[in-house]
Design a protein around this ligand. Structure first.
Ligand SMILES: [Zn+2]
Length: 324
């Protein structure tokens, strides 16, 4: 089967099954000193295991919190357990996307405390108290196509601006994304206080790079260490001894304005895009879709995470935005 080069191996996470919090694959580390509750989550998508490698490296190093509470969680372990390089999408989730079920009836349709059942809802209901207790959340992801790392900051007026501010404190990555959310359901980074501009809580989601490139693991570890330093969760000296990458030279915000949603099965891009390409001139064709030609709506249109993975009418193929 045709796939991107495989440079990394899925970690064995079974040593971390039994945490101390009564929920498998969740570790709650408490400091004697007061401080924020800081949570890091890997395997939100079961096929995106660079974040799991970052978490296992942290647990192997026996990290201890300097203050407050540190929660380390492997999310969709059931999906990850059936990982297969020849069919990676099979391990993205079991029944549905774990990162679209976080609606609570206030900000979106009430999915999480509703009556519907799925493997992901069961897991999200287990993890919910931890997510809701967190003052700061880092969610570790990777992408299908090779692309520079992107910090997904959520929707600007719904907490995204706080996430941009947090990302600027982290100093990574260079590209910070404000988007329009997902109609399919609320993400963790948008839930509760994270999505409320009046709350002090903040959440960020890092897309570290292509699923299987070594650099995605480096980005995951680097972002995780910086997050633990900025939130004060872990001693700065401990972190600095482990930081090997320079911060971004500059950070730029991309604002998503619209999505290109396929209208036919005959959808193809005008170029070999993998993400963050900038289309210089308005009107330039971006994609061909049956009889329709999608064009750049404005000069300097940025292509955000284009993918031909699931071509079917109604699927978002790429989002379009512009640098601030
Ligand atoms: Zn993901």
């Amino acid at each position: 089967m045709d796939h991107h080069p495989i440079e990394i191996t899925p970690p064995d996470i079974t040593p971390f099954k039994h945490g101390n919090a009564g929920v498998d694959y969740v570790h709650v580390l408490r400091s004697e000193r007061p401080g924020p509750t800081v949570m890091v989550q890997a395997l939100t998508h079961g096929n995106e295991f660079c974040g799991a490698l970052a978490l296992t490296s942290l647990l192997d190093a026996q990290v201890t919190p300097a203050r407050g509470t540190l929660i380390l969680a492997f999310a969709n372990v059931e999906a990850f357990a059936r990982f297969d390089f020849d069919d990676p999408d099979r391990s993205r989730f079991i029944d549905e996307d774990y990162n679209r079920v976080w609606g609570d009836g206030v900000q979106a349709e009430d999915v999480l405390s509703g009556t519907r059942d799925s493997a992901e809802l069961r897991r999200a209901r287990q993890l919910r108290p931890f997510v809701d207790s967190a003052d700061f959340l880092l969610d570790l992801h990777s992408m299908h196509e090779p692309c520079r790392p992107i910090m997904v900051c959520g929707v600007g007026p719904r907490g995204g601006d706080k996430s941009v501010a947090l990302s600027r404190e982290l100093g990574v990555p260079g590209d910070l994304l404000l988007d329009t959310g997902h109609p399919a359901g609320l993400r963790m980074i948008e839930r509760g206080g994270f999505g409320d501009p009046a709350s002090r809580k903040a959440a960020v989601l890092i897309e570290c790079g292509q699923h299987w490139e070594r650099s995605a693991v480096d980005v995951a570890i680097d972002t995780l260490l910086r997050f633990l330093r900025v939130t004060g969760a872990v001693d700065a000296t401990w972190i600095d001894a482990r930081l090997h990458r320079a911060p971004a030279m500059q950070q730029h915000v991309i604002r998503v304005t619209e999505a290109v949603v396929a209208q036919s099965m005959d959808f193809r891009f005008a170029g070999n895009y993998s993400g963050l390409e900038v289309i210089a001139t308005a009107g330039t064709p971006i994609a061909f879709d049956g009889n329709r030609v999608w064009t750049a709506p404005y000069d300097e249109t940025v292509l955000v995470m284009p993918s031909l993975k699931h071509v079917k009418p109604g699927t978002t193929m790429v989002r379009l935005g512009r640098y601030d």
